[in-house]
Write a protein that binds this ligand. Structure first.
Ligand SMILES: [Zn+2]
Ligand SMILES: [Zn+2]
Length: 263
């Protein structure tokens, strides 16, 4: 399995970083976790080459805030093939993907995304299902309107736009890699408690990942006000025994698995 972070910011692009979108490649599977402005990177030749033989691009949305779905409005311009969008529906979210994605149409965009013949939308209301042969788990998180944590087998968990809650540790247990938002520093969290902001802070995320036995943690969904050195300092301060914590670089290829050369 390979991960290519296309966008790692929350809210809006800044300091050369785009908003959330992570490309996951595994055998035949090509999947975007969220579709923020990072989707625009699919036009970069090196990344386009990786998708050259892909028959269908899948997209899983964590929720419907614009920084996570605006890239769907130009996905057709950077990926010419068919797209299948999996979006959370009640009870995983307050609204269905058909309701939420109606925003991608007139008068805000010339064509209705939902009418496009190359786009299929799948409403997900079950917590456990399979994407081809990959077992997928989704779990509702504490965030305004609802967001879902996503888990792909034992390889990868993806949790953004959420305050940490007591059920999260079980959801993460045994995942090799975790992409988790770190929106707040611990000092900021002391001033604005995560339960109120709907977001997570650095120290508790590191402690959660270590206690769930995660091997590698990649902090994502960065606050746009932080420049590169500030982010690096924040991630250095998260260091814990027994877990690798790295700041993912947009456009880099991260190889997962015991035998990464073949992944
Ligand atoms: Zn967000
Ligand atoms: Zn959000």
């Amino acid at each position: 399995m390979r991960l290519i972070p296309l966008g790692t910011n929350g809210y809006f692009p800044s300091f050369g970083r785009q908003t959330m979108s992570i490309l996951v490649l595994d055998g035949e599977m090509a999947l975007l976790l969220d579709a923020g402005t990072g989707v625009g990177r699919l036009i970069e030749p090196r990344i386009r080459e990786m998708l050259r033989s892909v028959a269908r691009l899948d997209v899983m949305l964590s929720h419907y805030h614009l920084d996570h779905l605006i890239g769907l409005s130009y996905l057709g311009g950077v990926f010419p093939g068919p797209v299948r969008i999996y979006g959370p529906a009640p009870p995983l979210s307050d609204v269905s993907p058909e309701e939420a994605l109606a925003v991608l149409g007139p008068p805000w965009f010339p064509k209705r995304l939902l009418d496009s013949r190359s786009v299929e939308v799948v409403a997900v209301s079950r917590k456990e299902w399979d994407l081809d042969r990959m077992p997928v788990r989704m779990r509702r998180q504490a965030h305004p309107g609802g967001s879902v944590g996503i888990r792909l087998g034992d390889r990868l968990a993806y949790c953004v736009d959420a305050a940490i809650d007591p059920g999260e540790r079980d959801f993460l247990e045994g995942a090799e890699v975790l992409l988790h938002e770190v929106w707040l520093t611990d000092e900021e969290a002391a001033r604005e408690p995560p339960e109120r902001s709907g977001h997570s802070a650095a120290g508790p995320v590191a402690a959660l990942a270590a206690s769930a036995g995660v091997e590698r943690l990649f902090p994502v969904h960065h606050h746009p006000k932080r420049n590169g050195p500030e982010l690096e300092g924040l991630v250095r301060g998260m260091r814990r025994e027994g877990i690798t914590i790295e700041l993912p670089r947009e456009g880099a290829v991260l190889r997962l698995g015991k035998n990464p050369a073949n992944a």
